[in-house]
Ligand binder design. Sequence first.
Ligand code: PGA
Length: 250
Amino acid sequence: MRKAIIAGNWKMNKTPAEAAELVSELIPLVKDADCDVVVCVPAADFTVVGEAIKGTNIKLGAQNVHFAKSGAYTGELSADMLKACGVEYVVIGHSERRQYFGETDKTVNLRTLAAVEAGLTPIICVGEMKDEREAGYTDIIVEYQTLMALHGLTDEAIKAAVIAYEPVWAIGTGLTATDEQANETIGVIRKAIERKYGKDVADAVRIQYGGSMNPKNVKGLMAQPEIDGGLIGGASLKAPDFSQVVLYNK
Ligand code: PGA
């Protein structure tokens, strides 16, 4: 049995003061969650959020990580730096990074390897664009992105990793994949992992759905057998909304 994992992706939102307010509202609301709860916050908020969630069931996540140990990479953060800030999870290869910041399947793989080596849990994002789905290429795209991202990891590391299937056309648009579409494509991802790494690895890895997941649609999505959680953007910025997603089974 895979334990569900619901992660908030705050993206480039919340100053430290706003972050402190949001997380203090969130802590009591999600304390009885049955799933793993993560907030992936901007680096500017690591300290306040990290302090606030000490001793709670909420874990700290980042939104990106560089693959080098250190060096001349202006604006980047290493996996060791994230670890030192109390970060446990890191989003890698989000479609916004692929679209706006030149992230490639190769760099997603390098970042994933660096994260795992430092003891961080990667949340690896994969997903097709609208025209790719319409052309019938969804399966090929998500299989390729997934296998490229995982290349070079040990079986144990893959079992512990999290994958987020996020159809790009569903992110921030209010359009959600249907429960069946999300379940089917996540099944395709799991099958690809099974073909390459075997059934015990594929059965262990947790695969989230992401893309306009909210209090209204979470129950239907989470009722699908392949869906092990969610990566939540917009709805993670309000404590009542995010807590309702986290408590989807209550
Ligand atoms: P959304 O974002 O929930 O606002 O669609 C999801 C994501 O980008 O991870």
